[in-house]
Design a protein around this ligand. Structure first.
Ligand code: NAG
Ligand code: NAG
Ligand code: NAG
Length: 475
């Protein structure tokens, strides 16, 4: 008798649905297995995210510390977008003032510098006699430092290395910038890294008092914003200018503790925000009116507090990103020249630096947050009015136009010299749009380039033409 096993199984299966159950079971196990994996991944992710993980900072030998820190900027330095100044200066470096500005405020990362006000692009900077910068130093440890002028990003940096022992070092990076999109904001970011097994004691010095005789303090108070522990100092002052038109200004800045102790193997970050608001030059007679003076005071203090609250609600990473992005929009236009090794020849770094200082002394309203659209468009329109600009020989031959300013006031004088030169040679309308227009004018003047009814003329001394020159994005 042959038993048809297959049909028997089929029969049983049909009756009891065994295979079906088996298949379903298999599908279900597969599904739950998949779920299990997903849940495990989620738990693992949360675990990693929420447990404080130990980061170990790599120890660097003190002798190689600065060099190691500078590696990340070496490419920018080669491309002449960043200038290094060691302390003391090293062979081949060009001494450059670590200045930053946005056409309303200016400041250098140095202990002699004070916040400079630009009330009007035709006049000089007015010093407030006040510096919000925190200087970092140590009585215990030997230190070395380098200052960076990052022209492409509109930043100045100081990198310091502290010698904790023969092999071990700690390092501090400070970045300072006057925000390109927020006219009243100055930011100093500090990052202290201590990879050693010693605690690192550092002194933080912020000279908050005003060191100037023609400043009269009208008011001083502490203000608090988000957190009750962070105290800000708000001072209101009046300063007389050379033209005898007093200006009222309000400064709000973080009050910083006088020293810090960074634990072994840790990183400490601090951001110091400063907001400065100032009036236009007022007449002496009107200021004598108590009510009028008070109105200005209240108005400026309110604006300053609003701007600070606004900056505080934005992360420091975001603030920096806004700033750097705006600078890179401005630098869409630019100039490149092949390097010359001749001893007295001017190279790209001096040209970039000069462009940078003049841009720092020029507002860029096109990029500001609080400008209305019609004004923005109007300013943007004047960017394309380049007829008549530039009616003369190349500015490359004008020595005074390329000097290295030694202090903030000299930056202001350099910018004014450029502006008056360009205005006289027909670039007035083009420069009205702000930093972009000024850059366009400077580039046209470097090339001695002129657009005249749809064709381009170039006034360059033939002896300048042995170098390669590239003009980037001329409108
Ligand atoms: C002082 O200024 C206020 C507000 O600007 C004005 O209303 C008032 O008339 C002024 N007083 C004098 C004496 O000029
Ligand atoms: C700075 O100069 C170099 C060399 O002339 C050039 O290649 C570079 O593009 C310049 N940087 C900017 C931001 O224009
Ligand atoms: C200015 O106008 C040009 C062309 O009309 C446009 O491409 C550019 O984005 C405008 N710039 C700003 C900042 O609005």
């Amino acid at each position: 008798m042959t038993v048809n096993l297959r049909s028997l199984f089929k029969d049983i299966d049909r009756r009891y649905g065994i295979t079906y159950t088996y298949r379903r079971l298999k599908r279900r196990t597969r599904r739950s297995f998949l779920c299990l994996i997903i849940i495990t991944i989620i738990i693992f992710y949360l675990f990693v995210k929420w447990t404080p993980h130990e980061v170990t900072y790599k120890n660097i030998n003190y002798d190689r510390c600065l060099q190691n820190r500078l590696e990340q900027f070496s490419r920018d330095q080669e491309e002449m977008n960043t200038i290094f100044n060691h302390d003391p200066i090293q062979y081949g470096e060009i001494v450059s003032l670590p200045f930053t500005g946005n056409g309303y405020l200016g400041l250098s990362l140095s202990s002699q510098s004070h916040i400079q006000l630009l009330t009007d692009i035709r006049s000089q900077f007015i010093s407030t006699g006040y510096s919000p910068i925190v200087h970092i130093s140590s009585d215990t440890w030997e230190a070395s430092s380098v200052t960076l002028l990052q022209m492409k990003q509109g930043l100045v940096k100081r990198i310091q290395c502290y010698k904790l022992s023969q092999e071990r070092s700690a390092h501090v990076t400070q970045s300072l910038y006057v925000h390109r999109q927020r006219p009243s904001l100055i930011v100093q970011d500090i990052e202290i890294t201590n990879p050693s097994e010693h605690a690192l004691d550092l002194g933080l010095l912020q000279k908050r008092e005003i060191s100037k005789t023609d400043v009269q303090q009208l008011d001083e108070q502490d203000v608090r914003f988000d957190s009750p522990t962070n105290i800000y100092q708000m001072t209101t002052n009046q300063i007389s200018t050379r033209q005898n038109n007093p200006i009222i200004y309000v400064i709000i800045t973080n009050k910083v503790l006088s020293n810090t102790n960074v634990k072994p193997g840790s990183l400490e970050k601090q951001t110091i925000l400063t907001v400065v608001k100032f009036s236009s030059p007022l007449s002496k007679a009107s200021i004598a009116n108590e009510t009028y003076l008070n109105e200005w005071k209240v108005k400026l203090q309110k604006q300053a507090k609003d701007d600070m609250a606004n900056a505080l609600s934005t992360s420091s990473v975001r603030l920096l990103k806004e700033h750097v992005n705006t600078w890179s929009s401005i630098w869409q236009s630019g100039f490149r020249m092949s390097r010359s090794l001749a001893p007295s020849a001017m190279n790209g770094d001096v040209i970039n630096r000069t462009l940078y200082y003049v841009l720092c002394s020029t507002p860029s309203p096109i990029y500001e947050f609080n400008i209305d659209e019609s004004k923005r468009n109007e300013l943007n329109q004047s960017l394309f009015q380049m007829e008549q600009c530039y009616e003369s020989h190349s500015t490359l031959i004008g020595e005074k136009l390329w000097i290295s300013p030694g202090d903030d006031l000299a930056v202001s004088q350099l910018a004014n010299l450029w502006r008056s030169t360009l205005s006289r040679k027909g670039c007035f309308t083009l420069m009205r749009s702000g930093a972009d227009g000024v850059l366009q004018s400077m580039l046209l003047s470097i090339g001695g380039i002129r657009f005249r009814t749809h064709h381009l003329e170039m006034y360059l001394d033939p002896k300048e033409l042995h170098r390669d020159m590239f003009f980037r994005s001329i409108n």
